[in-house]
Design a protein around this ligand. Structure first.
Ligand SMILES: CC(C)(COP(=O)(O)OP(=O)(O)OC[C@H]1O[C@@H](n2cnc3c(N)ncnc32)[C@H](O)[C@@H]1OP(=O)(O)O)[C@@H](O)C(=O)NCCC(=O)NCCS
Length: 185
């Protein structure tokens, strides 16, 4: 077993309000097309999404969660004119109804292709996911895990009014199942 540790960050109503404010003034770069993962998403798009997230060291959830079959979820991605997925962000309402954190969604899985960073893609997609989470799924609290020292991700989450808590997420990982030995960056 490998142990992995992340800082636990949380966002509340202020995060969702910050996302709405961001979206009033920001949009994806004009060459990108916004898409959402659903039951009809093509294998080609899923493969491109998988390549992107792997290149960013971000592990996608299982397909049934990704597509929203198991729990409510929002999974947005951006495609360039060549059909390559260059950005992704997501949220999954992973807790069951008897769980103490049932009102929270796991938000994040932010991934931007190395050649397209710094264009506001992750911030815009991340804010769009939060807007969908609140409007469509009815949640207004979220959490995410960030490896200590991932300053781009920390800065982005701070912009969206998420805050680091004094909790850590500690994972015991079987390297035979998770080859990279980690879940996210
Ligand atoms: C983190 C990541 C998703 C950011 O993607 P991006 O599309 O380049 O980010 P954006 O252009 O939307 O930046 C939004 C904000 O994030 C912060 N940020 C982004 N990159 C940064 C960097 N290299 N250094 C410091 N802050 C940074 C800034 O606050 C920025 O806002 P600003 O441009 O107004 O200053 C991208 O670097 C990535 O894919 N990294 C690898 C995967 C990863 O770490 N994912 C997060 C897992 S927790």
């Amino acid at each position: 077993m490998i142990a992995d540790v992340y800082d636990h960050w949380e966002g509340s109503r202020a995060t969702f309000e910050a996302a709405d404010r961001m979206l009033a003034t920001r949009a994806l770069p004009v060459d990108l097309a916004l898409r959402e993962v659903g039951p009809d998403t093509s294998t080609e798009d899923l493969n491109s999404l998988d390549s992107l997230t792997q290149s960013c060291d971000v592990l996608l959830p299982m397909g049934t969660f990704l597509r929203g079959f198991e729990r409510p979820s929002v999974f947005l991605y951006a495609k360039d004119p060549e059909g390559q997925v260059v950005g992704a962000a997501a949220a999954v309402a992973q807790f069951h109804d008897a769980h103490p954190k049932k009102g929270m969604v796991w938000w994040g899985m932010l991934s931007t292709h190395a050649s397209r960073r710094g264009e506001g893609i992750a911030l815009t997609l991340g804010a769009m996911v939060l807007r969908e989470v609140r409007q469509r799924l009815g949640y207004s609290e979220c959490f995410t895990g960030i490896r200590a020292g991932n300053s781009p991700s920390e800065a982005l989450c701070s912009k969206l009014a998420l805050s680091r808590t004094d909790t850590v997420d500690l994972l015991a990982i079987n390297p035979d199942c998770f080859g990279g030995g980690q879940m996210t960056k």
